[in-house]
Design a protein around this ligand. Sequence first.
Ligand code: BDP
Length: 712
Amino acid sequence: MKKFWALIIIVISHLSVSAENGYNLWLKYEPIKDAKLVAAYQENISSLYVYQKSETLDIATKEFITAFKGLTGKSISTSVSIQKNAILFIKTDDLQKLNITHPSPENDEGYLIKSIQHQGKPLTLISSKTDKGLLYGAFHLIKQLQLKQSIFNLNIWEEPKIKHRILNHWDNLDRSVERGYAGFSIWDWHKLPQYTDQRYIDYARANASIGINGTVLNNVNANSLILTDDWLKKVKALADVFRPYGIKVYLTARFSAPIEIGKLPTADPLDEKVQLWWQQKAKEIYASIPDFGGFLVKANSEGQPGPQNYGRTHADGANMLAKALEPYDGIVMWRAFVYDNEVPEDRAKQAFNEFKPLDGSFHKNVIIQVKNGAIDFQPREPFHPLFGALTKTPVMAEFQLTQEYLGFATHLAYLAPLFKECLDADTYAKGENSSVAKVIDGSLYKNQITAIAGVANIGNDVNWCGHPFAQANWYAYGRLAWNHQLSSSAIADEWLNTTFTGLQKTSSTLLKDMMLESRETVVNYMTPLGLHHIMGWDHHYGPGPWIKDKPRADWTSVYYHQADNNGIGFNRTSSGSKATLQYFSPVAQKFDDLKSCPEEYLLWFHHLPWDYKLKSGDSLWDGIVKKYYKGADEVKEMQKTWAAVEHDIDKQTYQQVKQLLTIQSEEALWWRDACVLYFQSFSGKPIPIGLPKPKHNLKYYQDLEFKFVPGI
Ligand code: BDP
């Protein structure tokens, strides 16, 4: 008897640990509580029929079997004949052999899930041109069950809109993660290649479940060592794990690698020996990783080496690498995140100025990777003017999932609305209806290579992302990379109900509303009305609007907010830096003209007097202050919402989020008070009546110092 209870305790504790520590992400297959629905699922799914065998299909079927067992309690298996109510996994080319005629998506990764009648039997068909598509189909059907949706009369046709859907890990070879707030790198380089951590498999599985099909393993501030034989063996080991999940491996290439590890005197892209070196390197890589994706390059940016060191252009550099990768179908993702302190030009304009003249001179397997906004992943930025501006060169978008500027992994900020704001923005590059999404999915300029990148928020924390809700940003990124037309709300619904499996409808609605507002809340307490880049020096933790007199002006805050006794804001209009003119008409005029500039971008584009009247009737000063207070108050509302759903959330996650919201609330007040006091030192105006005074004086906030902040 004792033994029996001991066993029960072990089982229960195991269940609660795996269910509550967040490790299983949105792939928790916990029993569905609706008995009627479970009965319907059990009755109408009998077995799996898999026409061909492959490693990927093994993964797909095992995943389905595990999910079905977990969700409904019923064990099913694969069978050699087609049984009534079976799920068929069949490649498009094999359909005919079974006398099944159904059109399937043309796209290699697309899939069809269709309820059919075949030889008198009701069946669910999953078909795709590739095994990978079938794996995606399996995950889709699983999600259908997780979300308690119908599995009858299905007719689901899915194709990704973007070809390369990639995570960028800013992971260093010593396992530190640049701007990483979820522990150390998940790549245990020391134990690779012999030791395959279960994490790699679970990482691949999670990515496959949302359609992510590429991963750049190492930091954009690259170390050449990754390209040496020893390290490439480790890379190969990871690539082998990821392959059956449909995930390709990419590396960042340090431009000076031919010097550092190749012993050449130069890395000049026009030097024949340098070109040969890269060609040889590509050959070596592809010999062991035949499906290697290609290189991501940060060159001549923030001190990184690049072609300009040799008087060459970005096109010269990118093309040299592109030619080396071309025989193997590899691509070069060349980053447009370039700006130079020595150039007397608004930083927001520099990428456009450098890349626009090069349009048309890039090799065909080069794609330009452009951050969503022209400065740097701020809580809010207008879309980057390079979107739509390059008509002959493919352009991909880069978003940041790791919340470097949105409160690290301590603040709850659901980023789908941020991603969507950029993707849905109309560039007017070819007249109305030329959204950023259409630029990057290739439909606007008919580009063959299409891609999107998200800077990963993943580390070796047990729950992967640090904050339980940060997982939603990984999830949302994957879903939008697959289909940018999905709404932030639909994605939040999916994530919430697959992650918190016990959610009642009312709690789900409350949490969804909280998530949808959360990014705006962060904007309010950090950088309202178009303010930007006013965070702490270097580590970027907390407010630092007073940062000035540093070696680089464009790394200070005063450069960006330009506050003085008369007013605040960066004049980027035609009377200022003229950054507005980099946009197409009528966007350029909209941003340029104070009357039409959206207030959320006001101080991004305009320098205005403190008594400028906002649409609300408030003066600019009162308006700024009220936004800061609103943001801090909104976090308190989030705390209340979280308390209201306690009964639907497991204890561990509930406590974690509760504590994190307490930190967020304190830090929101810190941001509010520090910024309001600092800007008040210029405006000289009082805090509007009715709002409480900051707890400390400005000096207190300015004197705060932090050591060992994560992420640097
Ligand atoms: C900035 C980060 C820096 C990155 C850089 C980049 O602070 O650590 O290296 O972006 O994207 O936001 O290259």
